[in-house]
Each structure stands twice: as structure tokens, then as C-alpha cells.
Design a protein around this ligand. Structure first.
Ligand code: GAR
Length: 190
């Protein structure tokens, strides 16, 4: 049985380039997708992803990190009846208070095979440790950084010839593939 029937009102938080946002917007516009992206919020006023969102006729909000980001964004999430929040390259840590106040699911994409390499510089650390695989994970957001239950993850092989840049490119490609799949999985039978 579907846990979340109908398209869910979705908000996306970004901080930069927005390539995952783009893949989510593309997915959301498919007939069978389970989400409708209502608004995009960035803590970085210059985030490139905002341009793509506004070209896609999605409401965008710039809320600087220092300007009471959490209270201002919660107000918007409530105003627009947001059912699910997706973090897509959002580089600010949300407080336990925010998570509690919002009270709806929050998902995040992280560029590693969690629980490995929480935090930053994931590809650099995987290469340094001579790992055979890297990858990406979609997980539920909890108070503890990058530690909520993993919904979906996918591996890529690290080749001897890989460097941080080439690995980032490979992982990003699978990120775009698995974030929509993870949302489907989460909203149906997670
Ligand atoms: C992505 O690789 C995402 O996994 C990562 O930032 C990049 C954003 O790219 N997120 C994190 O590191 C979160 N801790 P994008 O702006 O092109 O989607």
C-alpha cells in the first residue's frame, strides 16, 4: 500500500551548482513522479542552481545563512504546506530544533558510501585510503550529521587513474540517477 498517495509538495534546499536540483526537477515533471517541487531555498544568494529553478517557474528564495535561516525557511515550508524536504548540495547543517519543528521527512544526498566519510572531502579521503569503491547515498536527515537511515546507495569503482575531479564526476552522474529513485522508494515502501 502506498504510504504517501498523490504528489507530495516538495521543497529543495541548495547552496551551489544545483545539478542534483536539476535532476529532481526533471524527475518531478514526469507523469508518474511522486513529488511536485513547490519551492527552492538557498542559503547562498549566488547559488547557480537558483537560475535553473526560476527558469523552470519554481519559486526561489534566497535566505542568507546569517539571517535567521532556519526560522525564515520554516515559515515558508509551513506556508506552502511542504510534505517533504530534499537537501541537494545544501552545505549548512540543520539543527535538531529545525528538524523537530518541520516534523516532516527530510532527505539528503551525500557523496560517499555512508557510513563511510561523513562530512566533507569524501572523494579525497576515499582515494587517500585506496578504497576500491566510492559512491553516493540518500539518507534521512536526523540531528546527527550524515547518520540517518540510508534509503539508497550506489557504488562506482575507483580506478588507479582516478583523481578527485574524475571521481567527483563519476559519482555525480550516479547521484542524479539515484536521488529520484530514492524518493520513489521512500514515498512508496521505505
Ligand atoms: C553533490 O555532490 C552532493 O552530493 C554534495 O554536494 C554536491 C552538490 O552538487 N553534497 C554534500 O556534500 C552534502 N554534505 P550540486 O549542487 O551540483 O547538486
Amino acid at each position: 500500500m502506498e504510504k504517501y498517495p498523490g504528489k507530495k509538495n516538495t521543497a529543495v534546499f541548495i547552496s551551489g551548482r544545483g545539478s542534483n536540483l536539476k535532476s529532481l526537477i526533471k524527475y518531478s515533471r514526469k507523469k508518474n513522479s511522486l513529488i511536485k517541487i513547490i519551492l527552492v531555498i538557498s542559503n547562498n544568494p549566488d547559488a547557480k542552481g537558483l537560475k535553473y529553478a526560476s527558469r523552470s517557474k519554481i519559486k526561489i528564495y534566497r535566505i542568507k545563512s546569517k539571517s535567521n535561516f532556519e526560522n525564515n525557511s520554516i515559515k515558508l515550508l509551513k506556508k506552502f504546506n511542504i510534505d517533504i524536504l530534499c537537501l541537494a548540495g545544501f552545505m549548512k547543517i540543520l539543527s535538531g530544533n529545525f528538524i523537530k519543528k518541520f516534523s516532516k521527512p527530510i532527505l539528503n544526498i551525500h557523496p560517499s558510501l555512508l557510513p563511510k566519510y561523513k562530512g566533507l572531502n569524501t572523494h579525497e579521503r576515499a582515494i587517500k585510503n585506496k578504497d576500491r569503491f566510492a559512491g553516493a547515498s540518500i539518507h534521512k536527515v536526523t540531528e546527527k550529521l550524515d547518520s540517518g537511515k540510508v534509503i539508497l546507495q550506489k557504488k562506482v569503482k575507483i580506478l588507479k587513474s582516478d583523481n578527485v575531479k574524475s571521481l567527483e564526476k563519476k559519482v555525480l552522474k550516479i547521484e542524479h540517477e539515484i536521488y529520484p529513485k530514492a524518493i520513489d522508494k521512500f514515498l512508496t515502501n521505505f
